[in-house]
Design a protein around this ligand. Structure first.
Ligand code: SF4
Length: 234
C-alpha cells in the first residue's frame, strides 16, 4: 500500500474516536495534512479554535507564521511538508472549549499512538517539534524547550530538531519577536541537513569527523553549513 493509502486507512481506523476526554468537546478531529512523501514533518501539540473549526492543523495566526517559516525560510511549499499534532482534538481549560491548553498526559498517551503511526508511515528525513509538549512526547525528555532547542535528537532513528512553537513566538513579541531569530537558526540547521541529504545522525557524525580530518590535511571538502543555506528570516 502506498503511503497516501496507509494514511487514509489510519484516518479510517481513528473513526469517530472517543478514546480520551477531548472527544466530548471537539467539533472536528484534526488528523494532519501534507505530502505523504514529505521529507520534513512539523509536529505541534494540538488543534486550537481555528483548527477545530476547519479540521486542519496550523491555520490560525500560528499557522500563518509556520507557513512563512516553510515558504520564506525553507523555500518550500506548505504542501511539500507534513503537519500534525500530538493530539487530534482541541484541548481546552476545564473542557470549557474557550481557552486552549497543552494536552494532558492521558490525552497524549491515548492519541499519540496515531501520531507515531503517521511518523512510521511517512518516515520523514527530519522531524521539527514545535514547543514543549511535542518535544517532550517524542523525545521522552523532561528538559524544557528553551534549553534544548537548536540541538539534534533522534526519534526511531529520525533526526529531530526541537524549536519554539509559533504561538509562543507570537506571544513573545509577535512579528518583532527576538525568538524568531532563534527559530531561524534552528530551521537553518534543518535546511542544511536536508540539503546535505544526510538522513542518519551517525553517518553525519562520521562525515563531520572526516571533514575535520580533511581540513587538517588542507583538502577542500565541501560540507553544507547552516550559514550557507538559502531562504530568509520569515
Ligand atoms: S484526542 Fe485523539 S484519542 Fe482523544 S478523542 Fe481525539 S482523536 Fe481520540
Amino acid at each position: 500500500m502506498i503511503k497516501e493509502e496507509q494514511l487514509q486507512q489510519l484516518r479510517e481506523n481513528i473513526g469517530d474516536c472517543r478514546r480520551c476526554k477531548l472527544a466530548a468537546t471537539r467539533t472536528h478531529i484534526v488528523f494532519g495534512e501534507g505530502n505523504p512523501e514529505a521529507r520534513v514533518m512539523f509536529i505541534g501539540e494540538g488543534p486550537g479554535r481555528d483548527e477545530d473549526i476547519q479540521a486542519r492543523p496550523f491555520v490560525g495566526r500560528a499557522g500563518v507564521l509556520l507557513t512563512a517559516i516553510i515558504e520564506k525560510g525553507m523555500l518550500l511549499m506548505r504542501g511539500d511538508v507534513y503537519i500534525a499534532n500530538v493530539v487530534k482534538c482541541r484541548p481546552t481549560v476545564d473542557l470549557a472549549f474557550q481557552r486552549d491548553r497543552p494536552p494532558e498526559p492521558d490525552e497524549a498517551d491515548a492519541c499519540g499512538v496515531f501520531l507515531k503511526k503517521q511518523i512510521e508511515i511517512i518516515r520523514p528525513d527530519v522531524i521539527v517539534t514545535l514547543g514543549n509538549p511535542s518535544t517532550k512526547f517524542l523525545l521522552k525528555t523532561s528538559q524544557g524547550i528553551t534549553k534544548i532547542r537548536g540541538t539534534w535528537f533522534q526519534y526511531e532513528g529520525i533526526p529531530v530538531m526541537p524549536t519554539y512553537h509559533p504561538s509562543y513566538v507570537l506571544r513573545n513579541g509577535g512579528d518583532n519577536s527576538p525568538l524568531k531569530k532563534e527559530v531561524w537558526e534552528d530551521i537553518k540547521q534543518v535546511i542544511a541537513r536536508l540539503e546535505g541529504k544526510s538522513i542518519n545522525i551517525e553517518e553525519d557524525r562520521q562525515k563531520e569527523k572526516t571533514t575535520v580530518l580533511d581540513s587538517l590535511s588542507e583538502k577542500n571538502t565541501p560540507h553544507k553549513k547552516k550559514d550557507d543555506v538559502q531562504g530568509t528570516l520569515f
